[in-house]
Structures are given as structure tokens and as C-alpha cells.
Design a protein around this ligand. Structure first.
Ligand code: AMP
Ligand code: MN
Ligand code: MN
Ligand code: MN
Length: 279
């Protein structure tokens, strides 16, 4: 199934496997006409993706995905921007990138105490100077022969609650929504099914949430119907995307194929207009 809109994708700027150029080129080749690059905690890939999008004749929205936590649980916020040179936003992203590097170091030390002799240099080699996440540690574990696959690394060591798991520094949802909005951006809740109940979403709306990611690779048709209705009730924009990280041959989840989630063109158009101040 070909979609013409994909508003959630990762690149090598964070934990994706394709460069921003490759993501934009692949999107165009799959018929995506409106793409957003939403790397974890960085907008560093957006300029490159923008150049390729232009060359490929498609539109790109610069974005970011910021994880948050509160007493109501985790919420991943997507920010969509017309421009990225906002000092408060960039300073906050830099801060969280530094915290990520410290956490990766702490996970490596925990692995070492478990007898898994990987080094921070091996992890850095996987991350290649971009924002470090657990997937880079997983890849270093695979490269070192400690586990057979990235998912085994999560299951055995670094997944939530496993022996080498360390939670990461996160913003509160108020902070993340505030950062996105103050930078002139549109704040959307990613994969809302995972963020649970309507009370949680109502609270995020109070904090200034603008949009709901109604269409997502693992949303069932009844999730979509319920979320569309919820978005309407709260006056939220509707977005959607694949959460693309990788081509299946690289060990990625094929269901998260770039452009593989159907998203209504008119919803993409509305987001584009809001981001660019046209409505
Ligand atoms: P981090 O942001 O460092 O906490 O790492 C979270 C990232 O790891 C997510 O954005 C996914 O890309 C990836 N991830 C999470 N759980 C798993 C898993 N069980 N297997 C493979 N990748 C995972
Ligand atoms: Mn990820
Ligand atoms: Mn997420
Ligand atoms: Mn994501």
C-alpha cells in the first residue's frame, strides 16, 4: 500500500540506518510527496533531507521526536517546524544529547560488570557522532559477537527492566510541548495507543498539544476510528507515519516501511499549512 504522506521517520542523525539523503530519496521513490524527518532529540539531519527532498521534488517538514515521562506514563512528542534556528529548542536538544552520551557510558559500564567487554569507542563507532541511543549499543553487541541480533541485545541486556537497563533523562510533557510551541512548532503525540488512556491525552491537550498521530504502523482500524474521534473532540490536527528506522534487510521491522502507512492527503496538507503558518 502506497501512502503519499509520511510524517514520522528516523535517519542516521539518530538511530535510523539510512542517511537523511537516503530517507528522502527512498520516500520519493515510494510515492511519498510529503515527508517529515523526526529523529530522536536532534534536528541535525533536516537540512540534508531538505536538500534531497527539493532535488527529488517532494516536500519535507523538519521535525524531531522528544520522549517525555510523567505520572501518567510515557509520551513521545513529535515537533514539526518551519524553521529550526531557535536557541531555546537547540539548547534543550543539546542538553539531552549530552545526557544520552552519559547514559550510554553508564550502560557500557553495567555491561562490563556483567562480563560483556564492550567499550564506549565501539558504541561510538556505531553512532558515528550522532545522537547515541540503545540501538547503537545493540549494534556494538552484535558486532562484538555478544548477541546474535539487536533485538536479542534488548531482550538479554538493555531492554526496559533488563540487567543493563538504565532509564534515560527525559523532559516532562509540559517542557517538551512548551519547547516545541515556543519554537513556533506544532506538537503531536506519537503512537498515542502506547500512551494509553484519554485522561493522559486530555492532560497533554491542556499543556498545548496540537495534533494526534492517528495513523501508525501498528494501529488497528478501531484504534484509528477512536483516535480520529478523539482528535475531533479536542480540536486536534491528525497526523500519521511509519516510524521508519531501517530497511527490513538491515534487521528492521518491515511493517515500518517508509511510506507504508496510509495517511489521508488532506490531513498532511492541513499539517503543512499549520506548520508554515498558512491557516
Ligand atoms: P533509547 O532512545 O536510547 O532509549 O532507545 C530506544 C530506541 O530503541 C527506540 O527508539 C527504538 O528505535 C529502539 N528499540 C526499543 N526497543 C527495542 C527492541 N525491543 N528491539 C529493537 N529496538 C528497540
Ligand atoms: Mn528509535
Ligand atoms: Mn516513539
Ligand atoms: Mn519514532
Amino acid at each position: 500500500m502506497i501512502s503519499r504522506v509520511d510524517l514520522h521517520a528516523h535517519s542516521t542523525a539518530s538511530d535510523g540506518r539510512l542517511s537523511p539523503t537516503e530517507v528522502a530519496r527512498l520516500a520519493a521513490s515510494r510515492g511519498v510527496r510529503l515527508l517529515a524527518l523526526t529523529d530522536h532529540d536532534t534536528t541535525a539531519g533536516c537540512a540534508e533531507a531538505q536538500r534531497q527532498a527539493q532535488a527529488s521534488g517532494i516536500r519535507l517538514i523538519a521535525g524531531v521526536e522528544i520522549n517525555t515521562d510523567s505520572e501518567l506514563g510515557e509520551a513521545h512528542l513529535l515537533g514539526y517546524f518551519a524553521g529550526l534556528d531557535h536557541s531555546e529548542l537547540q539548547a534543550a536538544l543539546t542538553r539531552i544529547q549530552i545526557e544520552r552520551a552519559k547514559r550510554a557510558q553508564a550502560i557500557v559500564e553495567k555491561l562490563n560488570t556483567l562480563g560483556v567487554a564492550i567499550t564506549m569507542e565501539q558504541v561510538q563507532a556505531q553512532a558515528n557522532h550522532t545522537v547515541i541511543g540503545r540501538p547503537h549499543i545493540a549494534r556494538a553487541l552484535v558486532a562484538g559477537g555478544w548477541v546474535g541480533s539487536p533485538s536479542a541485545a534488548f531482550e538479554l541486556y538493555i531492554g526496559q527492566g533488563r540487567r543493563a537497563y538504565i532509564p534515560r533523562y527525559v523532559f516532562s510533557p509540559q517542557e517538551a510541548i512548551g519547547l516545541i510551541r515556543n519554537a513556533g512548532g506544532v506538537a503531536a503525540l506519537a503512537h498515542p495507543v502506547r500512551s494509553g488512556n484519554e485522561q493522559h491525552i486530555s492532560q497533554l491537550v491542556e499543556f498545548g498539544l496540537n495534533a494526534l498521530e492517528v495513523y501508525y504502523f501498528d494501529h488497528a482500524p478501531d484504534d484509528v476510528a477512536r483516535l480520529r474521534e478523539l482528535a475531533k473532540r479536542h480540536g486536534l490536527l491528525v497526523t500519521g507515519g511509519s516510524d521508519f528506522h531501517d530497511l527490513p534487510k538491515g534487521g528492521g521491522d518491515g511493517r515500518r516501511g517508509l511510506g507504508s502507512v496510509w495517511v489521508p492527503e488532506e490531513d498532511g496538507e492541513r499539517l503543512w499549512e499549520r506548520v508554515n503558518g498558512l491557516n
